[in-house]
Design a protein around this ligand. Sequence first.
Ligand code: SF4
Length: 448
Amino acid sequence: MNKTVSFVTDNFNKYDGLNIKKYIEIGGFSGLKKLIEKGPDFVISELKETGLRGRGGAAYPTWKKWDMGKKRIAKDKYILCNADEGEPGTFKDRELLDKDPYSVLEGMIIAGITIGSVKGYIYIREEYPNIQDKVAKCIENARNEGVLGESVLGTDYSFDIELYTGAGAYICGEGSALIESMEGKSGRPRNKPPRIGTKGFMQVPTMVNNVETFSYVTAILRYGSEEYANYGTSESKGTKLISLSGNIKNPGMYEVPFGVTFYDVIYTIGGGMKSDSPFKFLQLGGVSGPIMQKYILNTPITYENTSAYGLPIGSGAITVGDETNNVVEFLLGVQKFFVHESCGKCTPCREGNIQLKQLLLKLNDGTITEEEVIRIERISNTMKIASLCGLGQTAPTAILSVIRYFTNDVYKKVGFHVDFDGDLVKHYLENMKIDMSQIKLKYTEFEY
Ligand code: SF4
């Protein structure tokens, strides 16, 4: 199996990301033309065939979301592209918008015509000013070319796109917070129901997808669902964009087929550790993901493998640390991020994150007591259950994983053993049917 492929990234470096005539020359808007020729039901069935899931992190089946959007009866409907890519270690949306922005716009037009919407918005984060300028020019070019506007490609379909920019808040990656921000309010999640699919921007039903999802829709329509299914596994068809960072020789964004292992990504693609120091841990899916030990390396990256063990692929970020990195210090950095980014609307997240940071400071300087370590777990569990949105619910994931899997690191800091759930690692290995002796053998071969 090839470790890196070009399906959704096929247009990269074939044009400058601005020249719309060049985009058309290399096959641009052929997905849109296919929709015009075959109709919206064809789009839904192609997406169903591929099993494409939303690439913003939630992994909801795209065809289901689009089918619901299509069936919803409303005077107006909006399409919203979430380009508020604020997850630390994630930069694939920036790459897509820089190297192939028209494929994202094309995906939005396809979505609009499929569900019966004439207006779309793209919300780009504050920290990407160059991308904002580029996308604004692309929208203008698309209008001039007759791809956007009252008569899309000379048909009776209308669709236009407006650009919004964020103000630098991580929480605006959450759909309803993003919409609050677009409406000029403080970017905080709404209470649900109603969901934004029913009452979104300006109370109009709004279908939100991530940048990467729109790009995949364009590529799937262009090349066909069968071509997509040539990659990946039977349950996780296709490819995924991975943002690889940390102490790695070749950090960057890569397109990989589902089924490659973490080892493939880190060693074969990433070139292994930057220093001579051995691999120690990886964090999967951004700061809200778990921090895992080397046992994870032989696991194939598929939805079925990762979800079975509570490891969300999320945005596809993989951050790598080696033996020179102290996992507790790394964790402290993660926790400071959450304290800064909690919007403060609900108590478990607002207060819980602050308390966790204080306890982690004590853990890091070795002054924490056994009772306080237990309190970490209690606060974390409360946050998971009682926080209003995904930020608070997932903020303690990294902490809980470190307490469970990095017993030696924690022990070195505090000087006593706490009640770690060591069974989880065993359970993980047993269920993956991984033979520990093989892993050790492979480690001798692979690394260090
Ligand atoms: S969980 Fe955190 S980010 Fe979400 S609403 Fe509550 S305070 Fe805000």
